[in-house]
Design a protein around this ligand. Sequence first.
Ligand code: ZN
Length: 266
Amino acid sequence: MKLTMLGTGNAMVTECYNTCFVLSEGQRHFLVDGGGGNTLLRQLKGAEIDWRNIEGIFVTHKHIDHVLGIIWMLRMICQNMNGNKYEGEVRIYAHDEVIGLIDQMAQMLLPEKQSRFIGQRVHLISVSDGERRSILGREIAFFDIQSTKAKQFGFTMYFDDGKKLTCCGDEPYNSCNEAYAANSTWLLHEAFCLSSEAEIYHPYEKHHSTVKDACQLAEKLQVKNLLLYHTEDENLLHRKKLYEREGAAYFSGNLYVPEDLEVIQI
Ligand SMILES: [Zn+2]
């Protein structure tokens, strides 16, 4: 499988795209979050991912840097369904509140000739805490991260050989999700900034972590590969090098600080 980071930034970035990514098995794709808008379509194009082959979408929570790109996906899909240029069906997974919001936005923002496909060939699927589904032929468990800001779910994808990939969404790991995150082969976790720059960026005020925090956590959870995202964008040119350098002191596994459109084999 491969993972393509479409965006790696936090909500307010302007130098890169908001955090969202695609898991791919050959030409079959699973999109996680949509970023804040139409740039999603550009990033998919840049990654050479055919949006027609996105068969599943998961939306972690309702913040606009994650959900608004989904409206653009819906428009693309429904417009092409209406023009007979899209053959398949698509499944959008999220917790009940986000599903209700997406449904409402689509009904209010898209013309009826597009929104009519919702419920027909665009399936809005509300998932509960601990619920398991099969996506891209893999088992996925969704879990509530118990956010105090806006209800948010993460997920773990299980692979045949006992390996697993866990996405904690865009907030710090919550110990109530230990069964999912511990011993993950891959852990996708937010890191707003370097610990050495915490006084500049104030990650804790925003309920985010530093690179050091995320790396200490991954070490404790015996994670093999840690991927950091949802960062500030002041120094993107050197972000990878600086974050990897700080993280290496606290995490003995493989640390990834991807750029937008970077592809990682998992
Ligand atoms: Zn966010």
